[in-house]
Structures are given as structure tokens and as C-alpha cells.
Design a protein around this ligand. Structure first.
Ligand SMILES: NC(=O)c1ccc[n+]([C@@H]2O[C@H](COP(=O)([O-])OP(=O)(O)OC[C@H]3O[C@@H](n4cnc5c(N)ncnc54)[C@H](OP(=O)(O)O)[C@@H]3O)[C@@H](O)[C@H]2O)c1
Length: 289
């Protein structure tokens, strides 16, 4: 029997726990946690993600401070806003919605965020803490994967894990988190030779590539745990309707796997839950010491 790793259900459970913590914090400190989301331009996918995050904030009682800038906003203007938010006592978390328009330097902007308000866990200091197994704000998507695997008591120690993708956002921190859980980790990327040989050897297969149908049944070891981070919008040419799919050919792979995440309803909601959790954690640490 294949187990479905239900990220949506776990995210709801986490949100309920966070709501209780926010209510308690409000009584103790007289204000709710605050998350500032900076979005530049009008990329429709980014706009949908931002709406989703703001809705989730409202649900758990986090105050959200949305900042939506026109596409031509300069790096200097954004840096000035980040500095204001760093100094704003109502704000516990700051995130810059990626991708940014090409004239902006995302990495340089992330450096400007106060590491203690780094809700996305992408500041180099927090990345360094992850590298050293020290406590710190963790990158939301891989943290969401780890939490989901923990919830379903998926053993990681000594397992062969393959992470497909090496981005700073997902692949690299994912590999470090699996390594910290004592898995033996390999990382694949677009120059990897014979991808199928690696995937077939993996007990834990995490795909964070962004290519629909990349992982097919022949590439998966029977009994593997398959985590599909990919989110791809595919349009049905007959009906013109769009739907979201992952990197994994779910229909053929699911019967083989011991456990698998669906898309949607897997890692997407877990990412949002981890963002809220990071914001509440920063709030508690900033106000409670
Ligand atoms: N569920 C969520 O909440 C969530 C959050 C973030 C991202 N995502 C999704 O996750 C996917 C990856 O996101 P990202 O930001 O990490 O994307 P990205 O920055 O474009 O990175 C994609 C990675 O995939 C690698 N790659 C490309 N082709 C490959 C192949 N054939 N085999 C193995 N690796 C290959 C690339 O290798 P190179 O480095 O060699 O180019 C790169 O490292 C996207 O679909 C994105 O929408 C989902």
C-alpha cells in the first residue's frame, strides 16, 4: 500500500497550533507577529503565491504588511524599504517574493534583511547555521519536506537519498537537511550523467527541478519514498484548462512507491506553514528572549 504524504492536512494542523501560540503571544506581549512580504512587478504566479501567504497569515492571526512595488523599482529603493522593515518593531519576518525582475539583484537584497527576521531562511547567516547544524531560521520548502517526513515517521538514518536540483532555494538546503538527518545524500543537476542510475538507487527521492513528467516509473526503486517539490503549470491543449503538476509522473510512480507526496496538496502547503512558523519563532525569540 502506498502512503500519501498529505501536506495539506499537516499544514492545517500546524496552522491550528500556531493560532494558539499567536493568541497566547498577543495576551503576553500585546501585539501579534508581523510578516512583511515584498513583491516587485506583476508576475501572476508570484501574485497568487503572495495572496496565498497573506491569507494564511490572516488565518492564524499574523499581521501581514504587504509591499507591492512597480516592476521598474530600483535596488536602492528596495534596500531602503528593507532597512525600514528591519527597524520596525511590529515586523518579525521579512520576505522578498522571488523571482525578481532581471534588473534587480536578489542575492544582494537578501543580504540586507536582518537575519533574525529572515522568514524565508535564505540569508547567508542562516544558510551558514544550517551548514553547521546550528539553530536558525530554515529555508521553508526543505524544512516543510523534513517536517512532513517526520510526521509520517519515515526513517532517514543510513538511507540513500537523492536530491534533484541544486538551487539555493530548495536543492542545496534540502541536501544539507537530509545529511543532518544521517541520510547518505547525492545531488543531481542538469549536467548529471545517467540520472536514472542515480534515481533507481535512491530510497528517498526528492525532485525539485520544475519539469513535468521528469520522473517516470522505470526511474524509481520499488518501495522508495518520493517527494515531489516541483510545481508546473500545464495547459490541456484540447480544453485550454491549466492544472498544476509536479516533476513526478504520479499515476505511474505512486503504485511503486512506499510513500509519495501529491501535487497539489503536498509540499506547497507545507512551505507556507513553515513560513508562518518561522515568523512566529522570530516573534517569540524577539519578544520572549
Ligand atoms: N512546493 C513549493 O512550495 C515550492 C517552493 C519552491 C519551488 N518549488 C518548485 O520546485 C521546482 C524547483 O524550484 P527551484 O527554485 O529550485 O528551481 P531552479 O532554481 O530553476 O532550480 C532547478 C534545479 O533543477 C536542476 N535541473 C534541471 N534539469 C535537471 C535534470 N534533468 N535533472 C536533474 N536536475 C535538473 C537545475 O540544475 P542546474 O543547477 O545544473 O541548472 C537546478 O539546480 C520548481 O518547479 C518550483 O516551482 C516549489
Amino acid at each position: 500500500m502506498t502512503q500519501t504524504l498529505d501536506g495539506k492536512a499537516l499544514a492545517e494542523k500546524i496552522q491550528t497550533q500556531l493560532t494558539a501560540q499567536v493568541t497566547e503571544g498577543l495576551t503576553q506581549w500585546g501585539r501579534p507577529p508581523g510578516l512583511a512580504v515584498l513583491m516587485v512587478g506583476d508576475n501572476p504566479a508570484s501574485a497568487a503565491y503572495v495572496r496565498n501567504k497573506e491569507r494564511a497569515c490572516t488565518k492564524v492571526g499574523i499581521a501581514s504588511f504587504g509591499h507591492h512595488f512597480p516592476a521598474q523599482t530600483s535596488q536602492a529603493e528596495l534596500i531602503a524599504v528593507i532597512h525600514e522593515l528591519n527597524a520596525d518593531d511590529r515586523v518579525d519576518g521579512i520576505l522578498v517574493q522571488l523571482p525578481l525582475p532581471p534588473h534587480l539583484n536578489a542575492v544582494a537584497l537578501l543580504h540586507e534583511i536582518d537575519p533574525d527576521k529572515d522568514a524565508d531562511g535564505l540569508h547567508p547567516l542562516n544558510m551558514g547555521r544550517l551548514m553547521r547544524d546550528e539553530q536558525g531560521l530554515r529555508s521553508c520548502t526543505p524544512a516543510g519536506v523534513m517536517r512532513l517526513l517526520k510526521e509520517y515517521e519515515i526513517p532517514l538514518m543510513g538511507k540513500d537519498a537523492l536530491v534533484m536540483g541544486r538551487s539555493i532555494l530548495v536543492g542545496k538546503p534540502m541536501a544539507l537537511m537530509l545529511l543532518a538527518a544521517d541520510a547518505t545524500v547525492q545531488i543531481a543537476h542538469h549536467k548529471t550523467q545517467d540520472l536514472a542510475r542515480l534515481t533507481r538507487g535512491a530510497d528517498i527521492l526528492v525532485s525539485a527541478v520544475g519539469k513535468p513528467g521528469l520522473i517516470t516509473a522505470e526511474m524509481v526503486k520499488p518501495g522508495a519514498v518520493v517527494v515531489d517539490v516541483g510545481i508546473n503549470r500545464v495547459v490541456n491543449l484540447d480544453t485550454g484548462k491549466a492544472r498544476l503538476v509536479g516533476d513526478v509522473d504520479y499515476e505511474s510512480v505512486a503504485p511503486l512507491a512506499s510513500a509519495i507526496t501529491p501535487v497539489p496538496g503536498g509540499i506547497g502547503p507545507m512551505t507556507v506553514a513553515m513560513l508562518l512558523e518561522n515568523t512566529v519563532l522570530s516573534y517569540q525569540q524577539r519578544l520572549g528572549g
